[in-house]
Write a new protein. Structure first.
Length: 318
């Protein structure tokens, strides 16, 4: 009898061990699947552009970048203009985030304004987090990760013009960090993986500046996003919840203010984004952590667009 009981116990233990092992394997496989497929599921349609302007077709790899674009990108060199006076001059650290109009899918690097001497530099948190670079358009072209990859879609952004205006107003040079991806609704930005990606880019820059003797004065994020929430019918409550989730991660790690550029229009419908525009406006009125810094995109007519969704470089320079 005792032998039978021992045998039964042994069999039960063996079954439990096998089940535990299978459970662990299943979880590992599932977690691996999420890591591989999660970003694709999350990014969905945004893996490929659906625009009419041929300049905005995604490139499969770096070898497809044309000679003119390479020449423009090669203009970026290590920038040491702040180094001689870095202990006496403060800098403002700004992360530029959002979707395709922040990335500049409809822009033109040759038509982008040149950043004024001393106005700002780029810190490449992803591709070379070891130095400061002169800002050239397309800004953030190589700043791609598995989570946030624009497939070389960037053409010419609003960043250069923004930095010139910011410096003219404040007299403080900007250290700019790229964190944008086209076709991304608020649900994308609210995910942990995206939040961690943006936080990492921000902290890489912040820590490098401090370690190299720079004084970081203000720390901001400039955000231009919301078009995809209309196109994908994301509810108003979900949009606001997502913004709070995303921004909270940044505030917790040191960002001072969330600066918002309000979305504009589609080429065919000037009122297409009215619901999101109203939400963004009200949020900035009622929450002091959010600041509405531009409403200009709403006032451009269709002549400032290269297709139904994307502004041209004239609009981005304004």
């Amino acid at each position: 009898m005792k032998k039978k009981v021992k045998k039964i116990i042994s069999v039960v233990l063996l079954v439990l061990l096998v089940m535990a092992a299978l459970s662990g394997m299943t979880y590992a496989v599932f977690r691996s699947y999420l890591r591989k497929k999660g970003s694709a599921l999350m990014l969905g349609h945004s893996d490929h552009a659906t625009v009419s302007d041929e300049r905005s077709e995604p490139l499969l790899d770096e070898s497809e970048i044309d000679d003119k674009m390479k020449e423009q990108l090669d203009k970026a060199t290590e920038d040491s203009s702040l180094e001689e006076s870095k202990e006496s001059v403060s800098v403002d650290l700004i992360v530029f985030a959002g979707q395709s109009n922040m990335s500049g899918w409809g822009g033109d690097p040759e038509g982008a304004v040149k950043v004024k001497d001393g106005a700002g530099v780029e810190f490449r948190s992803v591709s070379d987090p070891t130095r400061l670079y002169t800002i050239t358009e397309p800004f953030g072209f190589y700043e791609n990760t598995e989570t946030m990859n624009d497939l070389f879609m960037k053409r010419g952004s609003l960043v250069s013009a923004f930095i010139n205006a910011y410096y003219e107003e404040s007299g403080v040079p900007v250290v700019a960090v790229s964190a944008s991806k086209g076709g991304t609704p608020s649900t994308y930005w609210a995910t942990d993986v995206v939040g961690e990606d943006v936080v990492t880019r921000y902290l890489n820059a912040k820590n490098w500046l401090k370690e190299n003797g720079y004084t970081v004065r203000n720390q901001f994020i400039v955000f231009l996003q919301g078009e995809s929430d209309v196109l994908e019918n994301v509810s108003s409550s979900q949009y606001l919840t997502d913004l709070n989730t995303f921004s909270s991660k940044l505030f917790y790690r040191g960002i001072d203010k969330f600066l918002m550029i309000r979305v504009g229009r589609t080429k065919s419908d000037p009122d297409a984004y009215e619901r999101i525009i109203n939400l963004q406006t009200e949020l900035c009125k009622t929450d002091p952590r959010f600041v509405l810094i531009s409403t200009m995109l709403s006032y451009f007519d269709e002549s400032y667009m290269v297709d139904d969704y994307h502004y041209n470089q004239d609009a981005l320079n304004a």
